[in-house]
Design a protein around this ligand. Sequence first.
Ligand code: NAD
Length: 364
Amino acid sequence: MMKSVQIAIIGASGAIGIRHIGFLQTNPETEPCALADTAPQAVDLARKHGIPLYADYRDMLDKARPDGVIIATPNKLHVPMALDCIARKIPVLVEKPIADEIAPALDLVAAAESSGVPVLIGHHRRHSPIVRRAAELIGAGELGQLVSVVGMHLRRKSDAYFRAQWRREEGGGPLLINGAHEIDTLRVLCGEIDELQAVTSNAARGFAVEDSAAITLRFKNGALGTLSISDAVQASWAWELSSGEDVRYAQELTDAFLICGTKGSLALPTLHMQWNEHGGGEQDPLLRKRIPIAPADPWYEEVCHFARVIRGEEKPLVTADDATRTLAALLAVKRSAQTRQWVNIDALIAEHQRPAAALSSARA
Ligand SMILES: NC(=O)c1ccc[n+]([C@@H]2O[C@H](COP(=O)([O-])OP(=O)(O)OC[C@H]3O[C@@H](n4cnc5c(N)ncnc54)[C@H](O)[C@@H]3O)[C@@H](O)[C@H]2O)c1
């Protein structure tokens, strides 16, 4: 029998860290071998699971010598922790977003590329069978030319969620936490974002960080889109609530994305498609069908993929470079909200590239 892949978790007692312990335990090919966390509650968690706990993650990396590491700490810590793993040649799964600023994200891109150590970014929805099937259909031209796109992340998070101080501060709000998934999904479905304009507001919760955002997008392929985000509204137009992929929520039969093209349209996550075979107008009734998929838990699929990445069987599905483009779009939202100007994504990334990196991307 193949030896199970030994994976350590940094930030193990946090909201997603605890879930990663469960995914690693469920997968017969992986085992959580060590935990690192500075919080007092981590002691009971580690005892309950019988897994060694370290307060200092570097100490854990050196002593436990895991085959791979999952970093599930606040965004600001992602890159320095990942660089410490890369320095020890340990493959790493970094929770999304890759970082809270573009410059450190580019440092991680450079370190991953020069070291050859696999770096997978935790945009778990890339592993969703719903997203994958939709991307296949759109890529195969089933909707025709993409023209208009609507995205929504509209829900209300509990007040208890905001007890963690970092969730009330810059970078801890729905833009980087949830918008990271929505922007990333839009990139997968509709291609790269060329430019965007946005407004944000903190009026509902009154925290330093935004609770709501409204974004207008222009994709490189010419499609236009809007994305509305709020974690302070009584609504269920949000992937987590409607996809059935997150077992913590009762499934609502709503949609979070409407992807519309010249031949047809697709609603996600329900995967309801409507189209017109003759290209006629409203008098010509639309045909409708629901695209079938075999459901799967994307977080679990991500951990399975990470194990295969560690064993050298697969390349990371979401590279640091790829995830930096999602981060850049998120930071473009902030820039646009401050300046009230359109922000071009390539230009924003280029602002942070060091001269050598800028040169190689200009040559590419
Ligand atoms: N993919 C997803 O669906 C998903 C879901 C939730 C969160 N996330 C991401 O995961 C990360 C963590 O989010 P969360 O909601 O679990 O946060 P959290 O605040 O619940 O947990 C963070 C954990 O990191 C620990 N930590 C902080 N500094 C540390 C250090 N120096 N060494 C070791 N541990 C340290 C904290 O004690 C805490 O247990 C964020 O980047 C977030 O965006 C991803």
